[in-house]
Design a protein around this ligand. Structure first.
Ligand SMILES: [Zn+2]
Length: 341
C-alpha cells in the first residue's frame, strides 16, 4: 500500500499541476470553457450564446431571420429616395458605427445610464439582428468577418465578390463607389462626411478607400474624408460637424472603442474591459444623437439614424465564420424590416 501511494502521489501531483497550468494558459488566452462544448464543421458554437440571443425581446426579428449587413445600404438609399414627409424640408442620415461590437452587449442595456441604443429604442426606434460575412450562421461564409469588407458592404450594398475588398488594407477600385461619394455626386444630397478612427479606411497607402478618395478630390465631389486617429478626436470631429448649420446630409462615423478592447483582451461581455468600452462607445453615440436633436433646424429635418457594427468577435479576434463573429445588429429611429400589412 505504502509503495503504491509513493508512486501514485507524485503522478497525481504532476497531473494536478499540468491541469492547473493548462487552465491558466487557456483562461488568459480568452478561451472560455463554454466554447469547448460543441464544435461544428466550420465553427465553434457556445450553447449559452444562442440562449442569450433568444432572450433579446427588443429585437424585431430572431437571429435565425437576421438581415444581411447590406440592409444598412438599402435603408439609407430608401430614406433619400422617399419623398419628404410633411413639414420637413431637408433629408439627413447618419450611421454611427461601433466597430467590433458583439450583439451580446445588448445584455448590458438595461443598466446603461447613457446609451444611444436606448435613446433610439425608448423613442419608438427599432432593433434587428443582422449578420456579417454575407451569409447567416451556420451557412458557409461568403466574405471574411473583417472591418474593411464589412463596412464596405454596408456602404456599397454588395459583397466582396463585387466590391473586391476581401480583407483589410486592400484598396478598392473606384467602382463600386460608396454612398459617401455617390449621394453627393448624383445630386441626391449636397454633401457627405466620412469620419473614422481607423487609419485603414483612407490614411494608409493600402487603405480601402484611397482610390475613391482620390477620385472625390479630382472630381470636386462634396464628400469629406477625415480620420481622428483616436476615438476621442473622432468624437469631437463628428459632434463639431453636426453642430454646423449646414452639416453634411450624410454622415458615416466609425468608432473603435469595442474593437480595440476586444483585440486587446477579448471580445466577450465576460471581459470588464470590453464591457466598459461598449458603455463608453454607446455613451459617445448618445452624445451624437443629442447633438443632432439639439440642432436649431432639427424640427424641419428628416433624420435617419442608424447604429450598427461590422462584425462581432471571438476570443481576441474576428474574420472567421463563428456565430459570435457573424452575428451583428442594426438599431434605427425608423423601421428596419418591411412593415407587415
Ligand atoms: Zn472591425
Amino acid at each position: 500500500m505504502k509503495k503504491t501511494a509513493k508512486i501514485l502521489i507524485p503522478i497525481l501531483c504532476v497531473l494536478l499541476i499540468a491541469g492547473a497550468a493548462t487552465g491558466y494558459i487557456l483562461y488568459h488566452r480568452g478561451v472560455h470553457p463554454s466554447k469547448w462544448l460543441v464544435e461544428g464543421d466550420d465553427a465553434w458554437k457556445s450553447l449559452d450564446y444562442e440562449q442569450t440571443l433568444n432572450s433579446f425581446s427588443m429585437m424585431d426579428n430572431t437571429w435565425q431571420t437576421a438581415v444581411p449587413q447590406t440592409r444598412v445600404y438599402d435603408l439609407i438609399k430608401a430614406h433619400f429616395d422617399a419623398p419628404l414627409p410633411q413639414g420637413k424640408t431637408q433629408k439627413k442620415a447618419i450611421v454611427i458605427g461601433y466597430d467590433g461590437c458583439r450583439v451580446e452587449n445588448f445584455r448590458l442595456l438595461e443598466n446603461s445610464k447613457k446609451s444611444a441604443i436606448n435613446l433610439l429604442l425608448e423613442d419608438g426606434g427599432h432593433a434587428a439582428f443582422c449578420y456579417a460575412g454575407g451569409a447567416n450562421y451556420p451557412h458557409s461564409l461568403r466574405q471574411n468577418t473583417d472591418t474593411a469588407p464589412g463596412w464596405c458592404s454596408m456602404l456599397t450594398g454588395v459583397l466582396s465578390d463585387k466590391h473586391n475588398v476581401t480583407r483589410n488594407l486592400q484598396p478598392k477600385d473606384v467602382e463600386p463607389k460608396t454612398l459617401v461619394t455617390t449621394l453627393p455626386e448624383d445630386g441626391v444630397i449636397r454633401k457627405s462626411a466620412f469620419y473614422t478612427t481607423w487609419t485603414g479606411f483612407f490614411v494608409e497607402s493600402e487603405a480601402t478607400y484611397v482610390h475613391e478618395w482620390k477620385y472625390v478630390r479630382q472630381n470636386h465631389i462634396n464628400a469629406k474624408f477625415r480620420c481622428g486617429f483616436v476615438d476621442d478626436l473622432t468624437r469631437r470631429l463628428v459632434n463639431a460637424e453636426l453642430k454646423r448649420k449646414n452639416c453634411a446630409d450624410f454622415v458615416f462615423a466609425v468608432f473603435d472603442y469595442t474593437d480595440h478592447a476586444g483585440h486587446a483582451t477579448g471580445f466577450t461581455v465576460e471581459n470588464p474591459d470590453y464591457v466598459s468600452a461598449f458603455r463608453e462607445e454607446d455613451a459617445v453615440g448618445a452624445k451624437v444623437i443629442e447633438t443632432i436633436r439639439a440642432r436649431k433646424t432639427y424640427d424641419t429635418e428628416d433624420w435617419l439614424i442608424l447604429i450598427s457594427t461590422d462584425h462581432g468577435g471571438n476570443d481576441c479576434g474576428h474574420g472567421g465564420p463563428s456565430f459570435e463573429e457573424r452575428m451583428t445588429f442594426i438599431v434605427s429611429n425608423k423601421d428596419i424590416l418591411p412593415r407587415e400589412n
